[in-house]
Design a protein around this ligand. Structure first.
Ligand code: ZN
Ligand code: ZN
Length: 389
């Protein structure tokens, strides 16, 4: 089977590598990935997938379906193709959609009489406004049995933990005044923000190691001789479970309110981006993928990796078993969200991994379509893990 999949990969190899290279050279930010989405849907349409563009009225989302017409599991591949400001594809999302489309097409061509459906979901704006959150909220994954995606990294690990995350904005409003001639008439909004940072720094000592709180001052006044009337801080709060996340958010909000009280500023707290869920583990699914990774010659597969980041695939994992494997395109010194990482997606090593992961994921999809009891076991395990997540 690997031979036939590899043969089919080779027939598409140039097109897939061109797709990834095009995205690398023409990065588009979240929710502006019009050309990136079009290149994916053109490719899927040319390979007999039925494409719904602007899926759910999200302009750069899509749903591409191959329906065998026979009963069977629905296997979804998740595509991402958004880039980062100034550093382009520093998270390597130019490879994610490419692998998902390649694996989905190969599996669709080989599924024969197995039955079931293969769907590729184009999911925009993972970096800043994850469309998967809307898709989950609107029930898109209720009819999906298993969701698969793979993300480039500096090491290969199939079992990946992502943290639950909430994006909180703190807006402090004070009163402007001449900072030298009549400071007593002013209320300093920047002091509200600085107090927030100091309280959060004190809180940090008492957080569990697996949590993260980190922020920036996005507005801190307009001139040094004016008491800042308005100051804004944006934070990400992250934790391993949704329960601890809520506890931590409560404490961070208290820090913000304490600072508002101390400075006499007016505080407004809001969410500036969507919240992401933690990843619900699916060890059995990960085991299946690990076997297929090994069978295509992927070496040095690490054990469970605790990524301290967050991903909107986490939300999908709260609905159906979801795989978010990481695959190495460089050595351990390679850091994500850098230009060096974007460049690494174009190296021979990355292209070799793109082929191997695509072949392994096509194998995984065919394995799942064929073995319906395996799908049921994976779903049963997921349901049990969901109650603890
Ligand atoms: Zn990223
Ligand atoms: Zn990413």
């Amino acid at each position: 089977m690997i031979q036939e999949i590899t043969m089919r990969y080779n027939q598409m190899k140039a097109a897939l590598e061109t797709l990834s290279a095009y995205l690398y050279a023409h990065p588009e930010l979240g929710n502006q990935e019009f050309e990136s989405a079009k290149r994916h849907t053109d490719f899927l349409e040319a390979h007999n997938f039925l494409v719904e563009k602007a899926f759910l009225d999200i302009p750069t989302a899509f749903k591409a379906t191959y329906d065998s017409g026979l009963p069977g599991p629905t296997i979804a591949f998740l595509s991402e193709y958004d880039a980062l400001p100034q550093i382009g594809h520093g998270c390597g999302h130019n490879m994610i959609g490419t692998i998902s489309s390649g694996a989905a097409i190969i599996a669709s061509e080989m599924m024969g009489h197995l039955g079931g459906k293969i769907i590729v979901f184009g999911t925009p704006a993972e970096e800043n406004d994850g469309a998967k959150v809307d898709m989950v909220d609107r029930g898109v994954f209720e009819t999906v049995d298993i969701a698969l995606m793979a993300h480039p990294s500096n090491e290969t690990a199939v079992a990946v933990e992502c943290l639950a995350m909430e994006a909180l904005q703190f807006e402090y409003i004070g009163r402007a005044a001449h900072a030298a001639s009549c400071p007593e008439k002013g209320i300093n909004a920047l002091d509200g923000v600085i107090g927030l940072f100091n309280h959060v720094n004190a809180l940090r000592e008492h957080m569990v190691d697996s949590a993260r709180v980190h922020g920036i001052i996005s507005e801190g006044g307009v001139a040094a001789n004016i008491v800042p009337e308005r100051a804004v801080a944006q934070f990400y709060v992250r934790a391993k479970t949704k329960t601890y996340l809520q506890e931590l958010i409560g404490k961070v909000k208290n820090c913000a309110q304490a600072s508002a009280l101390a400075t006499g500023t007016q505080l407004t707290i809001s969410n500036y981006e969507k919240s992401y869920d933690n990843m619900v583990p699916s060890p059995l699914l990960n085991q299946v993928i690990t076997e297929h990774f090994k069978s295509v010659g992927i070496e040095d597969i690490k054990g469970a990796r605790a990524s301290m980041g967050s991903a909107d695939a986490g939300n999908v994992s709260h609905v159906c078993p979801t795989a978010h494997a990481m695959f190495a395109i460089g050595d351990e010194t390679l850091a994500g969200h850098t230009m060096a990482f974007a460049e690494a997606t174009q190296t021979p090593r990355a292209l070799e991994m793109m082929e191997k992961v695509t072949v392994a994921y096509a194998l995984t999809a065919l394995n799942l379509l064929k073995d319906k009891s395996l799908v049921e076991s994976i779903k049963a395990e997921h349901a049990a893990n969901l109650t603890q997540a």
